[in-house]
Design a protein around this ligand. Structure first.
Ligand SMILES: [Zn+2]
Ligand SMILES: [Zn+2]
Length: 145
């Protein structure tokens, strides 16, 4: 499992986690154990840019994480206003929705081709289009094909 803030990405049966490039929107999978101990940037296999892992969260994960952040902010505001309720100030807040703030994203099957990369001796998952048109190693940035 790889965790960002309160969102957790669950790896698939092969220990791979789905990521998405913020720039070209390509999805790919990388080794979960590697990502957990990551201390440097990773590379998009399709366009080759290197960025920190946080820019590779799939859009549905970013959306959900943003929703949770909004709800939590709402809750904090509601709590802050409670203290203001006095005979001078009456504040009515709509009830705050309760949300499950622990998000777990199951690895959806994006029909990826899993391949072992020689240079880093690790597996990756790629869309077959990216696979056939050539790609970079997401671990070291080398051109694989
Ligand atoms: Zn890209
Ligand atoms: Zn490599």
């Amino acid at each position: 499992m790889t965790t960002i803030g309160k969102a957790t990405l669950q790896s698939d049966d092969e220990g791979l986690v789905t990521l998405q490039c913020d720039r070209c929107k390509s999805r790919f999978k990388m080794d979960c154990a590697y990502l957990d101990e990551l201390d440097r940037d990773i590379f998009c296999p399709a366009c080759g840019i290197s960025e920190s892992l946080s820019t590779f969260w799939p859009e549905e994960v970013v959306e959900e994480a943003a929703k949770v952040a909004m709800m939590e902010a709402e809750k904090m505001i509601a709590q802050a206003f409670k203290g203001l309720n006095s005979k001078h100030v009456k504040v009515k807040m709509p009830p705050v929705h309760q949300v499950d703030t622990q998000l777990t994203f199951k690895n959806k099957d994006y029909d990826m081709q899993v391949t072992e990369i020689q240079c880093c001796d690790k597996k990756i998952g790629l869309n077959s289009i990216d696979y056939t048109s050539g790609f970079y190693c997401p671990y070291c940035g080398r051109m694989v094909k």
